[in-house]
Ligand binder design. Structure first.
Ligand code: PLP
Length: 348
Protein backbone atom coordinates (compact mmCIF):
# COMPACT_ATOMS: atom_id res chain seq x y z
CA UNK A 1 0.00 0.00 0.00
CA UNK A 2 1.03 3.59 -0.61
CA UNK A 3 2.43 5.23 2.51
CA UNK A 4 4.02 8.59 1.88
CA UNK A 5 6.00 8.83 5.12
CA UNK A 6 7.77 5.54 4.56
CA UNK A 7 8.44 6.43 0.93
CA UNK A 8 10.20 9.73 1.67
CA UNK A 9 13.99 9.42 1.96
CA UNK A 10 14.99 9.36 5.65
CA UNK A 11 17.38 12.32 5.27
CA UNK A 12 14.58 14.38 3.74
CA UNK A 13 12.13 13.38 6.47
CA UNK A 14 14.42 14.80 9.15
CA UNK A 15 15.95 17.75 7.31
CA UNK A 16 15.18 21.30 8.30
CA UNK A 17 14.54 23.40 5.20
CA UNK A 18 16.44 26.64 4.63
CA UNK A 19 14.39 29.56 5.83
CA UNK A 20 14.99 32.60 3.66
CA UNK A 21 14.48 36.23 4.62
CA UNK A 22 11.39 36.27 2.42
CA UNK A 23 10.00 33.14 4.08
CA UNK A 24 10.19 34.85 7.44
CA UNK A 25 8.79 38.19 6.33
CA UNK A 26 6.27 38.47 3.52
CA UNK A 27 4.56 41.57 2.26
CA UNK A 28 5.34 45.24 1.87
CA UNK A 29 7.14 47.02 4.68
CA UNK A 30 8.18 50.67 4.85
CA UNK A 31 11.84 49.74 5.07
CA UNK A 32 13.13 46.41 3.77
CA UNK A 33 16.64 45.80 5.08
CA UNK A 34 16.39 42.08 5.83
CA UNK A 35 17.69 40.34 2.71
CA UNK A 36 20.83 42.24 1.67
CA UNK A 37 19.12 43.35 -1.52
CA UNK A 38 20.08 46.58 -3.27
CA UNK A 39 17.53 49.18 -2.22
CA UNK A 40 18.76 51.64 -4.87
CA UNK A 41 17.32 49.63 -7.75
CA UNK A 42 18.60 47.45 -10.58
CA UNK A 43 21.19 47.71 -13.32
CA UNK A 44 19.51 47.32 -16.67
CA UNK A 45 16.10 48.40 -17.92
CA UNK A 46 13.82 46.65 -15.42
CA UNK A 47 13.49 46.63 -11.64
CA UNK A 48 14.26 43.24 -10.17
CA UNK A 49 16.11 44.27 -7.01
CA UNK A 50 13.84 42.32 -4.63
CA UNK A 51 13.86 38.57 -4.13
CA UNK A 52 10.79 36.87 -5.58
CA UNK A 53 8.06 35.23 -3.51
CA UNK A 54 9.62 31.82 -2.67
CA UNK A 55 6.15 30.22 -2.59
CA UNK A 56 4.89 31.98 -5.76
CA UNK A 57 1.53 32.58 -4.08
CA UNK A 58 0.02 34.88 -6.72
CA UNK A 59 0.77 32.45 -9.56
CA UNK A 60 -0.54 29.48 -7.57
CA UNK A 61 -3.71 31.39 -6.74
CA UNK A 62 -4.36 32.21 -10.40
CA UNK A 63 -3.49 28.69 -11.55
CA UNK A 64 -5.60 27.11 -8.84
CA UNK A 65 -8.57 29.24 -9.85
CA UNK A 66 -8.09 28.32 -13.52
CA UNK A 67 -7.76 24.59 -12.88
CA UNK A 68 -10.05 24.23 -9.87
CA UNK A 69 -7.22 23.12 -7.58
CA UNK A 70 -6.25 24.38 -4.12
CA UNK A 71 -2.96 26.35 -4.10
CA UNK A 72 -1.63 23.83 -1.51
CA UNK A 73 -1.79 21.20 -4.25
CA UNK A 74 0.38 23.18 -6.66
CA UNK A 75 4.18 23.15 -6.91
CA UNK A 76 6.01 25.39 -9.38
CA UNK A 77 9.47 24.69 -10.73
CA UNK A 78 12.17 25.94 -13.07
CA UNK A 79 10.67 23.96 -15.95
CA UNK A 80 9.28 20.45 -15.50
CA UNK A 81 12.87 19.28 -15.58
CA UNK A 82 13.43 20.64 -12.08
CA UNK A 83 10.45 18.92 -10.51
CA UNK A 84 11.30 15.61 -12.20
CA UNK A 85 14.69 15.78 -10.48
CA UNK A 86 13.14 16.85 -7.15
CA UNK A 87 10.66 13.97 -7.21
CA UNK A 88 13.50 11.50 -7.71
CA UNK A 89 15.49 13.10 -4.89
CA UNK A 90 12.47 13.05 -2.60
CA UNK A 91 11.98 9.29 -2.56
CA UNK A 92 14.86 7.44 -4.24
CA UNK A 93 18.05 6.81 -2.28
CA UNK A 94 21.22 7.11 -4.37
CA UNK A 95 22.96 3.79 -4.93
CA UNK A 96 20.01 1.80 -3.59
CA UNK A 97 16.66 2.59 -5.15
CA UNK A 98 15.15 2.60 -8.61
CA UNK A 99 12.57 4.51 -10.60
CA UNK A 100 10.63 3.18 -13.57
CA UNK A 101 9.82 4.53 -17.02
CA UNK A 102 8.18 3.13 -20.15
CA UNK A 103 10.28 3.72 -23.29
CA UNK A 104 10.05 5.08 -25.87
CA UNK A 105 9.39 8.14 -23.75
CA UNK A 106 10.72 11.50 -22.56
CA UNK A 107 14.47 11.43 -21.89
CA UNK A 108 14.55 13.48 -18.69
CA UNK A 109 13.45 10.59 -16.45
CA UNK A 110 16.60 8.74 -17.43
CA UNK A 111 18.75 11.83 -16.92
CA UNK A 112 17.28 12.40 -13.45
CA UNK A 113 17.92 8.75 -12.56
CA UNK A 114 21.52 8.92 -13.75
CA UNK A 115 22.20 12.22 -12.00
CA UNK A 116 20.87 10.90 -8.72
CA UNK A 117 22.64 7.51 -8.97
CA UNK A 118 19.32 5.74 -9.04
CA UNK A 119 18.62 2.71 -11.26
CA UNK A 120 16.19 3.21 -14.14
CA UNK A 121 13.90 0.23 -14.70
CA UNK A 122 12.66 0.20 -18.27
CA UNK A 123 9.33 -1.42 -19.07
CA UNK A 124 8.85 -0.97 -22.82
CA UNK A 125 5.59 0.04 -24.43
CA UNK A 126 4.15 -2.34 -27.04
CA UNK A 127 4.01 -1.79 -30.82
CA UNK A 128 1.02 0.56 -30.38
CA UNK A 129 3.00 2.47 -27.75
CA UNK A 130 0.63 1.24 -25.04
CA UNK A 131 1.16 -0.77 -21.85
CA UNK A 132 0.73 -4.48 -22.50
CA UNK A 133 -0.77 -6.76 -19.81
CA UNK A 134 2.77 -8.03 -19.20
CA UNK A 135 4.06 -4.49 -18.76
CA UNK A 136 1.30 -3.74 -16.26
CA UNK A 137 2.17 -6.87 -14.29
CA UNK A 138 5.82 -5.87 -14.29
CA UNK A 139 5.07 -2.35 -13.09
CA UNK A 140 2.75 -3.56 -10.32
CA UNK A 141 5.42 -6.00 -9.11
CA UNK A 142 8.23 -3.44 -9.24
CA UNK A 143 10.01 -2.10 -6.18
CA UNK A 144 10.65 1.20 -7.93
CA UNK A 145 9.89 4.32 -5.90
CA UNK A 146 8.33 6.20 -8.81
CA UNK A 147 6.73 5.22 -12.08
CA UNK A 148 6.86 7.96 -14.72
CA UNK A 149 4.01 7.74 -17.24
CA UNK A 150 4.05 10.28 -20.04
CA UNK A 151 0.54 10.81 -21.46
CA UNK A 152 0.23 12.10 -24.13
CA UNK A 153 3.59 10.42 -24.62
CA UNK A 154 6.63 12.13 -26.08
CA UNK A 155 7.85 11.21 -28.75
CA UNK A 156 4.93 9.00 -29.81
CA UNK A 157 2.04 11.45 -29.31
CA UNK A 158 -0.58 9.04 -27.93
CA UNK A 159 -2.41 8.99 -24.63
CA UNK A 160 -1.91 5.94 -22.46
CA UNK A 161 -5.16 4.09 -21.74
CA UNK A 162 -7.10 5.43 -18.75
CA UNK A 163 -7.85 1.95 -17.41
CA UNK A 164 -4.13 1.07 -17.43
CA UNK A 165 -3.13 4.19 -15.52
CA UNK A 166 -5.98 3.56 -13.06
CA UNK A 167 -4.73 0.05 -12.45
CA UNK A 168 -1.24 1.38 -11.71
CA UNK A 169 -2.60 4.10 -9.41
CA UNK A 170 -4.54 1.47 -7.46
CA UNK A 171 -1.81 -1.14 -7.20
CA UNK A 172 1.58 0.56 -7.31
CA UNK A 173 2.90 1.48 -3.86
CA UNK A 174 5.19 4.33 -4.98
CA UNK A 175 4.49 7.68 -6.59
CA UNK A 176 2.74 7.59 -9.96
CA UNK A 177 3.81 10.63 -11.96
CA UNK A 178 1.68 11.36 -15.01
CA UNK A 179 3.57 13.81 -17.21
CA UNK A 180 0.92 15.81 -19.04
CA UNK A 181 3.10 18.34 -20.84
CA UNK A 182 0.76 17.94 -23.84
CA UNK A 183 -2.57 17.59 -22.01
CA UNK A 184 -3.92 20.80 -23.56
CA UNK A 185 -3.84 19.12 -26.98
CA UNK A 186 -5.58 15.94 -25.84
CA UNK A 187 -9.24 15.13 -26.26
CA UNK A 188 -9.49 13.48 -22.85
CA UNK A 189 -9.71 15.17 -19.46
CA UNK A 190 -6.53 15.76 -17.52
CA UNK A 191 -5.66 13.45 -14.61
CA UNK A 192 -5.97 16.61 -12.50
CA UNK A 193 -9.67 15.82 -12.31
CA UNK A 194 -8.80 12.58 -10.46
CA UNK A 195 -6.30 14.02 -7.98
CA UNK A 196 -8.70 13.66 -5.04
CA UNK A 197 -9.01 9.91 -5.63
CA UNK A 198 -5.34 8.92 -5.52
CA UNK A 199 -2.89 9.98 -2.81
CA UNK A 200 0.04 8.67 -4.91
CA UNK A 201 -0.83 10.64 -8.08
CA UNK A 202 1.39 13.52 -9.17
CA UNK A 203 0.45 15.33 -12.39
CA UNK A 204 3.05 17.37 -14.27
CA UNK A 205 2.19 20.17 -16.67
CA UNK A 206 4.23 22.99 -18.16
CA UNK A 207 4.05 26.49 -19.60
CA UNK A 208 6.43 25.37 -22.37
CA UNK A 209 3.94 23.95 -24.86
CA UNK A 210 0.33 25.18 -25.25
CA UNK A 211 0.98 28.37 -23.25
CA UNK A 212 3.84 29.21 -25.60
CA UNK A 213 6.26 30.11 -22.79
CA UNK A 214 9.15 27.66 -23.09
CA UNK A 215 11.52 30.58 -22.57
CA UNK A 216 10.36 31.53 -19.08
CA UNK A 217 11.00 28.02 -17.68
CA UNK A 218 7.94 27.23 -15.60
CA UNK A 219 6.76 23.75 -14.77
CA UNK A 220 3.84 22.70 -12.61
CA UNK A 221 3.30 19.70 -10.38
CA UNK A 222 -0.06 18.89 -8.83
CA UNK A 223 -0.48 16.41 -6.02
CA UNK A 224 -1.74 15.84 -2.50
CA UNK A 225 -0.98 18.70 -0.07
CA UNK A 226 1.40 16.29 1.72
CA UNK A 227 3.49 15.52 -1.38
CA UNK A 228 3.52 19.21 -2.36
CA UNK A 229 4.65 20.20 1.16
CA UNK A 230 7.61 17.79 0.88
CA UNK A 231 8.57 19.25 -2.51
CA UNK A 232 8.48 22.72 -0.96
CA UNK A 233 10.87 21.56 1.75
CA UNK A 234 13.54 20.35 -0.64
CA UNK A 235 13.41 22.97 -3.39
CA UNK A 236 15.91 25.80 -3.69
CA UNK A 237 14.40 28.84 -1.97
CA UNK A 238 14.00 31.08 -5.05
CA UNK A 239 13.60 28.45 -7.76
CA UNK A 240 11.14 30.53 -9.83
CA UNK A 241 12.39 34.00 -10.75
CA UNK A 242 10.42 37.23 -10.34
CA UNK A 243 10.49 37.68 -14.10
CA UNK A 244 8.98 34.23 -14.63
CA UNK A 245 6.30 34.81 -11.99
CA UNK A 246 5.26 38.14 -13.53
CA UNK A 247 5.11 36.73 -17.04
CA UNK A 248 3.17 33.66 -15.91
CA UNK A 249 0.60 35.90 -14.16
CA UNK A 250 0.23 37.98 -17.30
CA UNK A 251 -0.27 34.81 -19.37
CA UNK A 252 -2.86 33.44 -16.95
CA UNK A 253 -4.78 36.70 -17.39
CA UNK A 254 -4.76 36.16 -21.17
CA UNK A 255 -6.60 32.86 -21.47
CA UNK A 256 -8.30 33.93 -24.69
CA UNK A 257 -4.91 34.05 -26.47
CA UNK A 258 -4.05 30.66 -24.97
CA UNK A 259 -7.33 29.20 -26.19
CA UNK A 260 -7.00 30.75 -29.65
CA UNK A 261 -3.49 29.31 -30.11
CA UNK A 262 -4.57 25.95 -28.78
CA UNK A 263 -7.46 25.78 -31.24
CA UNK A 264 -5.25 26.89 -34.13
CA UNK A 265 -2.62 24.25 -33.34
CA UNK A 266 -5.29 21.55 -33.07
CA UNK A 267 -6.68 22.59 -36.46
CA UNK A 268 -3.18 22.70 -37.98
CA UNK A 269 -2.46 19.23 -36.64
CA UNK A 270 -5.40 17.95 -38.71
CA UNK A 271 -4.25 19.85 -41.81
CA UNK A 272 -0.64 18.75 -41.47
CA UNK A 273 -1.69 15.16 -40.86
CA UNK A 274 -3.76 15.17 -44.05
CA UNK A 275 -0.97 16.72 -46.11
CA UNK A 276 1.63 14.25 -44.83
CA UNK A 277 -0.70 11.32 -45.51
CA UNK A 278 -0.68 12.30 -49.22
CA UNK A 279 3.09 11.94 -49.53
CA UNK A 280 4.30 8.67 -51.09
CA UNK A 281 7.40 8.66 -48.84
CA UNK A 282 5.26 8.63 -45.70
CA UNK A 283 4.53 5.16 -44.40
CA UNK A 284 2.53 5.89 -41.24
CA UNK A 285 1.46 8.82 -39.09
CA UNK A 286 0.88 7.81 -35.51
CA UNK A 287 -2.29 9.14 -33.86
CA UNK A 288 -1.49 12.26 -31.86
CA UNK A 289 -2.99 13.90 -28.80
CA UNK A 290 -0.06 16.34 -28.74
CA UNK A 291 1.31 19.23 -30.83
CA UNK A 292 3.50 16.95 -32.95
CA UNK A 293 3.14 14.02 -35.31
CA UNK A 294 5.40 11.00 -35.10
CA UNK A 295 5.74 10.12 -38.77
CA UNK A 296 7.33 6.96 -40.18
CA UNK A 297 8.96 7.06 -43.61
CA UNK A 298 9.34 4.38 -46.25
CA UNK A 299 12.91 5.39 -47.06
CA UNK A 300 16.06 5.89 -45.08
CA UNK A 301 14.93 8.31 -42.40
CA UNK A 302 18.45 9.66 -41.98
CA UNK A 303 18.40 10.85 -45.59
CA UNK A 304 15.00 12.50 -45.11
CA UNK A 305 16.29 14.19 -41.98
CA UNK A 306 19.44 15.46 -43.77
CA UNK A 307 17.38 16.68 -46.71
CA UNK A 308 15.17 18.73 -44.38
CA UNK A 309 18.24 20.11 -42.61
CA UNK A 310 19.72 21.15 -45.96
CA UNK A 311 16.50 23.13 -46.53
CA UNK A 312 16.91 24.84 -43.16
CA UNK A 313 14.18 22.76 -41.54
CA UNK A 314 14.97 21.17 -38.19
CA UNK A 315 12.84 18.30 -36.96
CA UNK A 316 13.48 15.74 -34.25
CA UNK A 317 14.88 12.34 -35.02
CA UNK A 318 13.98 10.17 -32.01
CA UNK A 319 16.90 8.04 -30.87
CA UNK A 320 14.84 5.21 -29.38
CA UNK A 321 14.88 1.94 -31.31
CA UNK A 322 11.09 1.64 -31.01
CA UNK A 323 10.78 4.79 -33.12
CA UNK A 324 13.10 3.60 -35.88
CA UNK A 325 12.28 5.09 -39.26
CA UNK A 326 10.30 7.97 -37.76
CA UNK A 327 10.69 11.70 -37.32
CA UNK A 328 8.86 13.78 -34.73
CA UNK A 329 7.36 16.78 -36.51
CA UNK A 330 6.17 19.67 -34.37
CA UNK A 331 3.03 21.42 -35.61
CA UNK A 332 4.11 24.98 -36.43
CA UNK A 333 2.48 27.96 -38.09
CA UNK A 334 0.49 27.27 -41.25
CA UNK A 335 3.40 28.68 -43.30
CA UNK A 336 5.97 26.51 -41.50
CA UNK A 337 3.84 23.42 -41.99
CA UNK A 338 3.51 24.21 -45.70
CA UNK A 339 7.28 24.66 -46.00
CA UNK A 340 7.84 21.33 -44.30
CA UNK A 341 5.37 19.49 -46.53
CA UNK A 342 6.78 21.12 -49.69
CA UNK A 343 10.32 20.08 -48.71
CA UNK A 344 9.18 16.51 -48.08
CA UNK A 345 7.31 16.44 -51.39
CA UNK A 346 10.47 17.56 -53.17
CA UNK A 347 12.52 14.73 -51.65
CA UNK A 348 13.33 11.94 -54.06
C1 PLP B 1 8.34 19.43 -23.32
C2 PLP B 1 8.11 18.45 -22.22
C3 PLP B 1 8.16 18.86 -20.89
C4 PLP B 1 8.39 20.28 -20.53
O1 PLP B 1 9.58 20.47 -19.93
P1 PLP B 1 9.93 21.93 -19.40
O2 PLP B 1 11.16 21.68 -18.59
O3 PLP B 1 8.75 22.37 -18.56
O4 PLP B 1 10.13 22.81 -20.58
C5 PLP B 1 7.90 17.93 -19.90
N1 PLP B 1 7.63 16.65 -20.21
C6 PLP B 1 7.56 16.24 -21.47
C7 PLP B 1 7.22 14.84 -21.76
C8 PLP B 1 7.83 17.12 -22.52
O5 PLP B 1 7.79 16.67 -23.77
Amino acid sequence: MFDLESLIRPNVRVMKPYSSARDEFQGEARVMLDANENSLGSAGPAEFNRYPDPQQRAVKQALGALKGIAPEQVFLSNGSDEVIDLLVRLVARPGQDSILSTPPTFGMYEVAAALNDVTLERVPLDADYQLSPDALTQILASKAKIVFLCSPNNPTGNLLRTADIEQILRGFPGLVVVDEAYADFADQPSWLTRLGEFANLVVLQTFSKAWGLAGIRLGMAFGSPEVIAYLNRIKMPYNVSENTQRLALAALADTSRFEAMRQELLQSRVTLQAALAELPIVDHIFPSDANFLLTRFRLDVGAVYQHLLSQGIVVRRPTQAACAGSLRLTVGTAAENDTLVAALRAFV
